[in-house]
Design a protein around this ligand. Sequence first.
Ligand code: ADP
Ligand code: MG
Length: 365
Amino acid sequence: MSLTRLDGASVHRLCSGQVVLDLTNAVKELVENALDANASYIEVRFKNFGLDSIEVIDNGAGIPADDYESIALKHFTSKLRQFEDLTTVDTFGFRGEALSSLCALADVSITTSQKHEEPKATKLEFEKNGHLKCRSITSGKRGTSVTINRLFESLPVRRREFERHHKREFTKAVSLLQAYAVAAVGVKFLVTNTPPSGKKASQIRTNGGKHLRDNITNVFGAKVMSSLMPVEFATEDIDLESRLKFGDQSNSPIALNVSGFISKPDVGEGRSSSDRQLLFINNRPCGLSKLSRSINDIYGVFNSNQNPVFVLNLRLPFDSYDVNVTPDKRTIFLHGEDTIVETVKLNLLQIFEACSRHVARQPQI
Ligand code: ADP
Ligand code: MG
């Protein structure tokens, strides 16, 4: 077969399928956009477990009218100007790929309003290539609502798989949304699903409390929260705030600050699943399997009856990790990962030892 260059539309569809791998990914991108727009209220509405539609509504900044034409074009972003900015960028998004990919894979419409436009809003509909198809004036409050209809319709194999396993895919998406709902302190989250024949059911609801413990209570329940103890430690006493802001210029060891909660070593709920083990880097939920494993190992030394529940946020300078490793940004390249794992292990060891000594000193009744 002779060599030919793929046409632009095919390339776009192929690449989009790699950015938005599944339902979880699609909804994650939309929620991240809402968080980047500084929303304090985020609602996710699944219809038929996401098979019919996914709608993400926020009360964030809204989209400026000047951006309507380019918002869903590939690599158009308001968050990054040049590659070098990546070490200081503190938004979830920066590649300008999500909306453009979603347009290639589904029907996308957006309704948005900025503060000065209220109570008017603009509804935008897009072509598969991300070009604006039509816009119309409607009513709406400040914020943005993005609707994705019939996800993966343009990738028949993926759509069939999604249809076959839609409940499993939905469970996975809700589980990731739990991580975002817990991490986003001060943001009210509501996640619902409306099955084809049945009533709308709420999956996640948080109250937008000011503390991490409020979100953990809302998402995992008061009983789980009461079985946890706080964790707080830092590798060194340096001005982390300024390193976060300006990037670390020195060769000093990694500045790490860890805070959150972990199961007390003397409780036994008997759970063995890992769905209540959340790790964040600068509040970004991420999969850090090596660190997770070692936290489980250390906990196991003190309590072999259960795996711990934990919610831990690692604060690190922005230039000490790279989230641009996979299109879904879940895999993180962590500079000095072994040192970080070791530091967390040692600190937890001390915390659990102190805790066990304290329990041993309690009078037996
Ligand atoms: P990225 O997040 O990497 O910039 P996206 O394709 O996810 O790329 O979004 C493109 C742009 O659309 C964003 O940079 C932002 O300006 C705008 N945008 C998307 N969703 C929202 C939202 N919910 N509220 C405000 N602006 C949004
Ligand atoms: Mg984005």
